[in-house]
Write a protein that binds this ligand. Structure first.
Ligand code: FES
Ligand code: FE2
Length: 435
């Protein structure tokens, strides 16, 4: 495969593309639980270039249906959610959560309802997220278990922001330890100053990571294949003020199809490939000790990462703002503040982690551009990610089972400081071996 073919294979999630087929074999996050209330407005969901409607009926059950009514294709997003089902506004056909047609007012034959069904998909709620499965019903896998599934609601904080960029761009940014000390240096400077998040959330580990990352911009990268995908360590040497030295390992995991756990926080980031050029970016934070889904704790975390209201409105990464004409985009140079760069108050002229990542990711252009790339050793995890997901897409395209459907190894990130002569891989010895 040449560069252009490889890029298309990786990025294209349109109907029929190998990556689309591969992703359909997995559960995908599609919404926050709080997005849909009993008898509330139905939610449009676009996933893998196709359109659906999500609703919660009067009894609290979720329904995930094709968006267009099977009578004559009016959008069910216009429908009325009432009395235990979703009623199409055009002729009043009403569907239960499993797609059963329960009323068809313009049909006289009472048996007609048994012959027609609105296509419906498996849906479940775990960890404050709604998950959808769009693949063949007889091949539905288990949803892999994530640590925050077991916690009370108030110990988990989740949000969705939008990148007008391919799903693989957003993942590659998370598997890219060497950009952190450059692109996010403004945010890293907040660590340990009291302006970053409270130590009770992130602990000492995070400030020490920040210090190490800023000092070493060319970490060594080591990658390990796992049954869920891959895990990699960015290795940087450090010396403490007392003169002790060692190696810091920042361990990140990628699990199929679109999940990345990053250290040192309890943070998981999951992508919903809306279509080839847009991604819904789910961020899930959890803290066993603390309530974080409300008040100052919530605001602190959101501000640090740059997914607070300022980011969502002014910087345009919120779901409600992503299509507004004045949102940051190529045409306005992502609203970069050159004056603030000139006076030294910011390195990027952008706003905090996520808007910085999205501006860069969007700036890389659409799938159809094929600029030459020069991958360097610091890009090793990205190269391996690309190769692995492309291989998996090809497997499914050939009619084989994808890798990563039933992971047994724990999908966790970590930050460790290693003594002389020790490897980060020792942490995972004794685990179920990779498939
Ligand atoms: S188009 Fe939905 S009921 Fe006619
Ligand atoms: Fe980043």
């Amino acid at each position: 495969m040449d560069h252009a073919e490889q890029k298309r294979m990786l990025m294209d999630v349109s109907v029929g593309a190998p990556m689309h087929k591969m992703m359909k074999r997995f559960w995908l996050p599609i919404a926050l639980s709080s997005d849909v209330t009993a008898d509330g407005a139905p939610l449009p969901v676009r996933a893998l270039s196709q359109d659906y409607v999500l609703f919660r009926d009067s009894a609290g059950n979720l329904g995930l249906l094709d968006e267009l009514c099977t009578h004559r294709s009016a959008s069910l997003c216009l429908g009325r959610n009432e009395g235990g089902g979703l009623r199409c506004l055009y002729h009043g056909w009403k569907y239960a959560t499993d797609g059963t047609l329960v009323e068809a007012p313009n049909v006289q034959d009472p048996r007609f309802k048994d012959r027609v069904k609105q296509p419906a998909y498996a849906v479940q709620e775990k960890g404050g997220l709604v998950w959808g499965y769009f693949g063949p019903a007889d091949q539905q896998p288990e949803l892999p278990h994530h640590p925050y599934f077991d916690l009370p609601e108030e110990n988990v904080l989740s949000e969705i922001v939008v990148a007008n960029a391919n799903w693989s761009r957003t993942i590659e940014g998370l598997l890219d330890s060497s950009h952190t000390g450059v692109l996010h240096q403004d945010a890293l400077k907040l660590l340990g100053t009291g302006k970053g998040p409270a130590p009770s959330f992130s602990g000492r580990a995070r400030s020490s990571t920040g210090a190490v990352i800023s000092k070493d911009l060319a970490p060594s990268i080591e990658v390990q294949e796992t049954d869920f995908g891959l895990r990699y360590a960015a290795l940087r040497s450090f010396t403490t003020p007392d003169g002790d030295s060692g190696t810091a390992a920042r361990i990140t995991t990628f699990s199929y199809p679109t999940t990345v756990a990053v250290p040192p926080d309890n943070l998981m980031q999951l992508m919903l490939p809306v279509d080839t050029e847009r991604t819904h970016f789910f961020m899930v934070f959890w803290d066993e000790q603390r309530v974080i889904n409300t008040g100052a704790a919530r605001e602190e975390i959101f501000q640090y990462y740059g997914i607070d209201d300022t980011a969502k409105n002014k910087h345009g990464i919120g779901r409600a703002y992503k299509d507004l004409p004045d949102r940051p985009r190529k045409e306005n140079n992502w609203l970069q503040n050159r004056a603030a760069m000139a006076d030294g108050s910011t390195f990027t002229g952008l706003y905090r982690f996520i808007p910085e990542d999205f501006a860069v990711g969007e700036s890389m252009g659409p799938m159809e551009l094929y600029p030459v790339e020069h991958l360097v050793p610091a890009d090793l995890a990205i190269a391996r990610f690309r190769r692995n997901v492309i291989d998996n897409a090809k497997r499914v395209d050939r009619g084989e089972e994808p890798r990563g459907l039933a992971p047994r190894q724990p999908i966790t990130a970590g930050y460790v400081e290693l003594a002389e002569g020790h490897s980060w891989t020792e942490i995972y010895q004794g685990e179920a071996s990779a498939q």
